[in-house]
Structure formats: C-alpha cells, structure tokens
Design a protein around this ligand. Structure first.
Ligand code: HPA
Length: 237
C-alpha cells in the first residue's frame, strides 16, 4: 500500500512512532539505537524505519519542519498505517530564564498562531494537549533518572514562523507562562485528538531566544540522543 507521502507496506510501522523533524536524525536513531532496523519509506527523502528497542518493536520517521509537514505524516501514520502513539522528539527555543540549553521540555500543551486546530474544531479553540499517559510516563522516568539537565513540564508556543514578525510576541508568551517555541507540537496534538491517537512532544532546548545562546552541533547530537533513549526507555516495552 502507499499514501501520498508514505510508501510502506501495511503493517510496516510499529504502534509507537518517534518523530524527529530531521529525516537524517531518524536514520541515525534507527542505525545506532535500534536492532534490526529496516527502512520502510523514503518518499521525498522523508526516511522512516522500523526496528526494535530492547526487544520491543518501534518506528522512527522524520516529519520535516512546520505544522503542515508534521500533520500530513502524522495523519497518514494514524489513519492509514494504524499507528497509535506519536512522540515528537525535537528541539525548541527557550524564552524564559529558568529554562536553559540542554533542558528537556515535556510539552503539556501547545498554544499556536496556526489556524489548523481552529479549522478542524469547527471554529472553536481546541486545547492542544499531550496524552497524559505518555506525558506522565516520560516525566516519571526523566525525574527518576535525575537527568543531568532540567526537566520542565509545561506549555510551548507552536509557530508557523521561525522569523516571527511580531516583535512583542515573546513578552506576551512569557506573561502567559509559555516555556519555549517550536513549530510542530500544536499540529501534532490536533491530529492526535482528531484521529483518536495519543501524542506527546519531548523537546531539547537547543537555543535561547533571550540571549541568542545555542548548542554546538555536537552538544545537540548528544542531548537529542539522550532524550530519545529516555523516551524509548519510558514508553517501551
Ligand atoms: N523557534 C522555533 N522553533 C525552534 C526554535 C526557535 O527558536 N529553536 C528550535 N526550534
């Protein structure tokens, strides 16, 4: 079978799919962390793999950047491939002083400037929230592991802009207790709500918008890898 954006056999994906933005991150996870990884799709180079983590079947697939890209893969995975749990493993830009480079943000809810959730929810405002089951499991394991960096559970702002035209945006977000910015979580949570699936975004703080600080490529690699291992250990078997 195939869908417009995924060319994989029926049953090629596990019920849990990790979703990094970067398809090369998906390949890296599959080839360095999973046993017996099989590439199951590569349409437009959006690589997807299925393998095993400590004996449990799991898939990992890139989403690209932004709400529309993440949503179309999430929709096809759930609707056409029977995926039940979608976990974004990505990066975010922190906007408050208490959240630093390398910290983990477990996304409880995602505010947004995207109109997709309002459109899908009949013109009303959808609460774009994580699955409590996924969130509580990852939070428990992260805190028990005494992660060397901080673990924060809270709200992010998912923007259609990386270069936002509203100069006052960050001040507004801080007043409302938003921890960080990303570009996908609200769309992912909207798809999960609509399709009856479970979703969670787990983000490593890769840069800080207060002072422009950012992780080096090496720090990013190490931090994101540790986050992905934590997610796998939390949700499998
Ligand atoms: N903005 C939006 N998404 C991000 C950022 C950012 O600054 N950093 C990492 N993901």
């Amino acid at each position: 079978m195939s869908t417009p954006h995924i060319d994989a056999d029926g049953g090629a994906f596990a019920e849990l799919v990790l979703l990094p933005g970067d398809p090369l991150r998906a390949r890296h996870v599959a080839t360095t962390m999973l046993t017996r990884p099989v590439e199951v799709t590569n349409v437009r180079n959006m690589l997807g793999y299925t393998g095993e983590w400590k004996g449990a079947r799991v898939s990992v697939m890139g989403t690209g950047i932004g709400v529309p890209s993440a949503m179309l893969y999430a929709t096809e995975l759930v609707r056409d491939y029977g995926v039940r749990r979608l976990v974004r493993v990505g990066t975010c830009g922190a906007i408050v002083d208490g959240v630093g480079l390398g910290d983990l943000v477990l996304v409880m809810g995602a505010a947004t400037d995207s109109s997709v959730n309002r459109l899908r929810f009949g013109g009303y405002d959808l609460a774009a929230t994580a699955s409590w089951e996924l969130l509580s499991r990852v939070a428990r394991v992260a805190r028990a592991a005494g992660a060397s960096s901080g673990v924060r559970v809270g709200n992010v702002f998912t923007s259609d802009y990386f270069y936002h035209p509203d100069a006052g945006l960050l001040g507004l977000l801080r007043r409302f207790g938003i921890l960080a910015l990303d570009m996908e979580s609200a769309g992912l949570y909207g798809v999960a709500a609509e399709q009856g699936a479970q979703a969670l975004s787990v983000l490593t703080v890769s840069d800080h918008l207060n002072d422009g600080a950012h992780m080096s490529a090496e720090q990013r690699e190490t931090g994101v890898d540790a986050m992905i291992r934590l997610v796998l250990d939390s949700l499998l078997p």
